[in-house]
Design a protein around this ligand. Sequence first.
Ligand code: SF4
Length: 737
Amino acid sequence: GAYTRVAERQVDSVCPYCGVGCQLTYHVQGERIDRVEGRAGPANDGRLCVKGRFGFDYIHHPDRLTVPLVRRADAPKNPALLTQGPGGRTDMAAVRAQFREATWDEALALAAEGLMRVRDAQPAKGRGAAVAGFGSAKGTNEEAYLFQKLIRSAFHTHNVDHCTRLCHASSVAALMEGIGSGAVSNPLRDVAHAEFIFLIGANPAVNHPVGASWIKNAVKRGARLVLADPRRTELARHAWRTLTFQPGSDVALLNAMLYVILSEGLTDDAFIAERTQDYARLRDHILNGPEHGGEDWRPEAMAPICGIDAETIREVARAYATAPSSMILWGMGVSQHTHGTDNARCLIALAMVTGQIGRPGTGLHPLRGQNNVQGASDAGLIPMVLPDYQGVANASAREQAERLWGLPPGALDVQPGLTVVEIIDAAYDGQIRAMLIQGENPAMSDPDATHAREALARLEHLVVQDIFLTETAALADVVLPATAWPEKTGTVTNTDRTVQLGRKAVAAPGQARADAWITEQLAQRLGLPWAYGIAADGSGAEPDSGIGRVYEEMRALMPSIAGLSWRRLLQAGAVTHPVRSEDDPGQPIVFMDRFSTPSGKARLVPVGLREPAERPDAEYPLVLVTGRQLEHWHTGSMTRRSDVLDALEPAPTVSLHPATIERLGLQPGAWARITSRRGEAHVRVRADEGIQPHVAFMPFAYVEAAANLLTIAALDPVGKIAEVKYCAVRIAAHAPA
Ligand code: SF4
């Protein structure tokens, strides 16, 4: 048939899902991806997980946006449409009927005019500006760079952020403060050289599966794995010790470990003297807490709080400190708390007082979630910093950007902008009145989703650029159809800091256009002097392409990739930054002899106990923890449109301990209603002995039972991350209407 007459071609790229950054090859028939194979990339060496191998067909789904859409004048924005379809799903037909088709010219003109109208009607700048933007951790580095440049240049504000705020913002805040760099010190595969692996608040078997396979290989080779998590997850089978601690008690556990190390003389005193500062303050805080009215951090005193017996805390602390090489890896379980920054400060302190950093098999590795959350952050998609983490208060960094971007002196604001949840709150309150959203889905991903959806609906003008009519796009005024990852050329940076090139494999459907082209078109209509000549069809893997010109401009602002030219990248395909010069091979392991702080030394920051924002009580007696599944990715917009993945996990679930299921009169597989102070959802009950009896776990990928309808928007005061890993709920048997 027609299928066999079309010659197959192979295109090398990178997996679009998680931060591991597995290299793959698309096997393409005509304009359809037929299958995917792993390639020998630095992070995966040919391995792929189920998402990378089978999760590609979403790009061919009939739901793809293929033509620009404009809201009909008689169709008011209605967040209720997101929950009124069959089974509580979005009523897509009703949503689609709110829009009419438009030409690209008309849609771009309307998009730009609306943004300018709001900007000019409310001339406040900086944090008080009326316009904000959410870029994406799933786009390329070039797209992230252009997006932040557009918001900053056209609207004189740093109100631009992305889902790093919901991911590792607290880890990055602690790492920047402590060691002057928010990225990992050692790559994931360096677990091969670790004798001891401390994995906390992460479930890599589900969220970084190929990374988990390297951890299992390390255990087989003889490394000791400690899994510290409120949930006993799959890697527990491979662990030397499993610390199933109380949700939200990270600081109690980690400071008790520090107490053991300091009180038993297990410190690396030479390292502390040469490489750290403020040690005396930390030591006094940990060892003499009660003398200053603080906590007693002895394991015996912390055991009742964290739920781990004192002897196990001592054993694990001793093993971490005394192993020849110990590595710490952590995930959202550490970061997504009102005390997320404090949790990460403790992990940094553990590595510093024991000198477990700066060598193979040691160091600190915050496991990045999205494929390009590292790169989007590097590229400046953050309200406090310009590209390469140069603070917006830094006059010379601002001047350099203004010169390169063709802006008049003083055009860039000196004040950091608002963060994700702050922007949503400002939209709710009427300060933010227009937004540009590229490839993010805050109507699903933001905490307290009812509030977030209402905030988006209140915007006077919302422009959304995406591949599907997402729950966020359903509330837009203008929807611009964009490209999926295999339809464009660009770079992404994985959890290891490795910059990798993805090549366009297939054409985008209908009139869908490359995201970077859309941003350039908008910029020109907003009066900015942009002339990259970005291709509308997503091509660009040539030395002098438009997207290559964007990359080269970005490189001029980013010392971390100064030695990695577009030409070199086209040849090498993957290089790990920092890469300072053309002959620098890149540096997978950093901090060998100094940290990136001004003094070169690590800052040690003592932290106390902080309660979660909302504790269980008689009315809402269970703790809700949200997260991901192996088969589904984040808000589900891609994986729920992938046949294999959606067939494996077709319905929303809540995982509960069998004893809890019995106590509440529930049945595994049957429906239950889960309720918090902010909303409710109907989910199927799943038994899981790894869950503690007072805890419920729920994935957030299902629009028909959005976990974020339940979560709380309480923020970490430093990282401004929301506490989506802890809120109070109740559960009862109940079938959906
Ligand atoms: Fe893709 Fe991550 Fe799976 Fe690798 S481990 S195939 S990057 S989802």
